[in-house]
Each structure stands twice: as structure tokens, then as C-alpha cells.
Write a protein that binds this ligand. Structure first.
Ligand SMILES: C[S@@+](CC[C@H](N)C(=O)[O-])C[C@H]1O[C@@H](n2cnc3c(N)ncnc32)[C@H](O)[C@@H]1O
Length: 204
């Protein structure tokens, strides 16, 4: 996974203004849930993990990109991340209370995204929680937000953009999630109705 090689060192700097509110939103939900073991699946540079850590919450992350993981391991506040494929994670069944997956499902091939959700279901404890942050573009999403998101995804590369368009065309997260695996507990829309922060609970 080399597509993040160039952007990884600048990723947090570029996205910080847009992400700050959402990262805090995730932190508030985690503080409210007070879960035990937490994993950030496709954690990227570990930005969310760092905010959790700064607020006294222990969590670990996994990602496939060596370049993103290098950023996660650097700086004054390195976070604990491992190189793993989210479609086949090296964790035992039922070993986490909460999994977070942010801005990763939209850029993944549809069947791979399904596999990631299946894997998360496998590693979550009974009644474990899944917190997903991702695009949820609708007709009434703000037009500036829609344009900025399309531009960012277009600049991220052809394959990335194709996956993003497919994700939206197919109906996004709610079409990906298997209702036999997860039930939605909470759905908050952010950024002019273009991004959703959704909390699920493992069903069985
Ligand atoms: C847009 S970034 C989001 C990173 C982070 N979650 C955030 O909120 O900033 C998507 C991340 O998903 C990772 N990723 C994509 N497919 C993956 C897979 N199969 N296994 C692990 N990581 C994956 C990429 O390497 C990248 O770091």
C-alpha cells in the first residue's frame, strides 16, 4: 500500500482544520461509553489515537500503510500501531469492546469493505461497539462540502476516486453493514450533512 507514501507526512497538517471537530466528537463518544479494549482499524497516522491517549484513554491501531504508520510512531506522542490488513486481522475472536473505523471504508473496494466489517464483528466481544466515521453525502448535503469532498477524493488518485464514487452510488455505510451483525444505536451528521458519525452495537 504505497498510495499514502507522498501524502503521509502532510496528512494531519492538511486535514487538521476539517478533522478537529470530528476527532473531538469521537473522543466524547468514547468517554461516554468508557469501553475496555479499543482498536482503531485503518488508523492511518494515529491522529485519533493520539487524542484519545492525551485524554487518558488507552487504545491501539492497525493500518496497512508503512508510511502512515511511520508518522504514527513519530513525535512527542507516539501511539501504539501495528501493520496489519484490516480484512484479516491478527487478533483473537471477541477480544475488543470497541472498534473505530474512520474514513477508510469509502476508499476500499466494496467487497473488501464488507470483509473489514466482518473482521470487526469477529474481533468484537458480545454487545461490543463499532464507531464508524465516513462520508454520508445526500442531496441536501451542503454544496460547498460536497465540492470540497469530491475535490479531495479526486486528488487522492484514480483508484481512490473510483471507490469513493462507488461507495456513494451503492448507498454508503448503511448498505455495507450486515443487519445480522450490527444494529445502529446513534447517528450524528456533521460538516453540513456530509459526514456521519455512527455508533453500532454487535448483534450476535
Ligand atoms: C483516509 S485514511 C484514514 C486514516 C484514519 N482512520 C483517519 O481518520 O485519519 C485511510 C486509511 O485506511 C488504510 N487502509 C485501507 N485499506 C486497509 C486495509 N485493508 N487494512 C489496513 N488499513 C487499510 C490506509 O492505509 C489509510 O491509512
Amino acid at each position: 500500500m504505497n498510495e499514502y507514501k507522498t501524502i503521509a507526512p502532510f496528512y494531519d497538517w492538511i486535514l487538521y482544520p476539517f478533522m478537529r471537530g470530528i476527532r473531538r466528537n469521537v473522543l466524547e463518544i468514547v468517554q461516554y461509553l468508557k469501553p475496555g479494549r479499543i482498536v482503531d482499524v485503518c488508523c492511518g497516522t494515529g491522529d485519533q489515537l493520539r487524542l484519545l491517549q492525551q485524554n487518558g484513554i488507552k487504545a491501539l491501531g492497525i493500518d496497512l500503510s508503512a508510511a502512515m504508520l511511520k508518522v504514527a510512531a513519530k513525535g512527542a506522542n507516539p501511539v501504539m500501531c501495528f501493520r496489519q490488513d484490516a480484512t484479516a486481522m491478527a487478533f483473537r475472536d471477541r477480544s475488543f469492546n470497541l472498534a473505530i473505523v474512520a474514513f477508510a471504508l469509502h476508499e476500499t473496494e466494496w467487497e473488501k469493505a464488507r470483509l473489514i466489517l466482518q473482521e470487526i464483528h469477529r474481533i468484537l466481544k458480545p454487545a461490543g461497539k463499532l464507531l464508524v466515521v465516513d462520508y454520508a453525502l445526500k442531496q441536501n448535503s451542503g454544496s460547498i462540502a460536497r465540492s470540497v469532498i469530491h475535490m479531495v477524493e479526486f486528488l487522492a488518485g484514480q483508484q481512490h476516486f473510483k471507490s469513493f464514487l462507488r461507495y456513494n452510488r451503492k448507498g454508503g455505510l448503511m448498505k455495507l453493514v450486515d443487519p445480522d451483525h450490527f444494529t445502529c444505536l446513534q447517528n450524528r451528521h456533521r460538516a453540513f450533512d456530509s459526514i456521519a458519525v455512527r455508533l453500532f452495537q454487535k448483534v450476535k
